[in-house]
Ligand binder design. Structure first.
Ligand code: MN
Length: 424
């Protein structure tokens, strides 16, 4: 299914009067509204190929209908999102779940939808049917050299697919670790992992980045070999200038101060990218901004401050991606909500009065500093994100239009009601 431009303009026309009234009020509240709108237009968030089908838990999975059955249909789904919000202009592939059969055809299809290829992701956290050696006791950390070699070769294979597609980064997330005390020699596990990562790094083209993602627990419950930002930082420091830490919001221990982690990684020039989601307890993979919107705003506040301090381009110098799972919602509606939540946090962070905040900090004026941040967070910026979509050719109300066009119903009619997205 494709959403025609006429549907979008009819939808926008019906909402325009109300939107313009809201926008003019918002502009009276936020001084730099015009520059915020332009930055929002430029900002794109990649959609992972594995988030287009219904997710599940270890207890079960309740599939919806019309899920994409192939890489082509996944690209089509991201194209639908991008048509509606004009902010989802990239797709991030997971290998081996989404190995392209015909690179040129896939590239043509993504270009037709106005999409680019974001980071490619390797997978050594599960065994594939045709695989000789098992990752049960880890991949890059494994005590068995042949298993490490197999995992290294897989990552190099993923880089090769990425080169063919025009991707510029590899994300490595390892489930490696241990479930019980004594199972692993921590130092040896670290050394093996480092050496394996170095071999993968060697295969990286000169204009590529390598993202090393950390996670505190799960699937291993006693130790994780890349368990927090300190461990990831230690690896990427040793690997070289193309290696960066990737922050997944759900991969911390409860109550971790993620905004401080982000600020320091940026300062060290080792923050590479982001996986957005939200959580109440652990790696819940919920819609970005649905549980802790203030935290998301504070993270963006540090991102904007830190990127500006180094003259970085917000839109292109870091990798922005959603990594979420949708157990009870329509995946496409959930992704529209996540992108919207991210854009709002970004807009609020852009509206912070930096000069006044710095002054308050220099004067130890705690009350004023808090007021500046909370003011920005409590100011409604929805008219700005809507205006950015409007100017870029998207819909004023993406989920509303998704429903009124019955996009899911159309996808079910095209693909069937009992489809399962590949990889899930
Ligand atoms: Mn992630």
């Amino acid at each position: 299914m494709q959403i025609s431009k006429n549907y979008i303009s009819d939808h926008n026309a019906s909402l325009l009067k109300k939107h313009e009234a809201k926008l003019s009020f918002t502009k009276s509240e936020i001084e730099n509204a015009e520059s915020i709108i332009q930055k929002l237009v430029d900002f794109q968030i990649a959609i992972p190929s594995w988030a287009l089908g219904t997710g599940g838990t270890r207890f079960g999975r309740f599939a919806g209908g019309g899920e994409p059955r192939s890489l082509e249909e996944k690209i089509e789904d991201v194209g639908l999102l991008h048509a509606l919000n004009r902010s989802s202009g990239a797709i991030s592939l997971h290998i081996p779940w989404d190995i392209p059969k015909d690179y040129q055809a896939i590239k043509t299809l993504t270009a037709q939808h106005g999409l680019a290829f974001d980071a490619v992701n390797s997978n050594t956290f599960q065994d594939q049917p045709d695989q000789t050696l098992t990752y049960k006791f880890g991949s890059l950390q494994n005590v068995n050299k042949a298993i490490r070699k197999q995992a290294i070769e897989h990552n190099i294979e993923v880089i090769k697919h990425g080169i063919e597609l025009g991707s510029k980064s590899l994300t490595v997330w390892l489930s490696d670790g241990s479930c019980f005390p004594g199972q692993l020699n921590f130092r040896k596990a670290y050394q093996n992992t480092l050496e394996s990562l170095q071999e993968i790094y060697e295969a990286l083209p000169s204009d590529w980045k390598m993202f090393v993602e950390y996670k505190a627990f799960e699937p291993n419950f006693y130790s994780m070999t890349v368990g927090d930002w300190g461990m990831s930082y230690s690896y990427v420091q040793k690997l070289g200038e193309k290696a960066y830490t990737l922050v997944d919001l759900g991969h911390h221990l409860p109550n971790a101060n993620i905004e401080q982690i982000v600020a320091l990684l940026l300062m060290e020039q080792k923050l590479g990218g982001f996986h957005f989601n939200d959580s109440k307890y652990g790696d819940d993979d919920l819609t970005a901004g649905s549980i802790k919107p203030y935290q998301l705003f504070l993270i963006f506040n540090e991102l904007v401050e830190g990127m500006d301090a180094q003259g970085m381009n917000h839109a292109s110098d870091l990798g922005w991606m959603i990594d979420a799972s949708h157990n009870v919602k329509d995946p496409l509606e959930d992704l529209l909500q996540s992108v919207d939540g991210i854009m709002m946090a970004y807009a609020q962070a852009l509206s912070v009065d930096r000069k006044a905040l710095e002054e308050a900090q220099e004067n130890n004026d705690v009350v004023k500093a808090q007021e500046i941040l909370q003011n920005a967070f409590r100011t409604d910026v929805r008219a700005l994100t809507a205006e950015a979509r409007l100017r870029a050719g998207g819909a004023l109300n993406p989920t509303g239009l998704f429903r009124s066009l019955d996009v899911r119903g159309n996808l079910i009619r095209e693909r069937g009601s009992k489809t399962v997205a590949t990889g899930l």
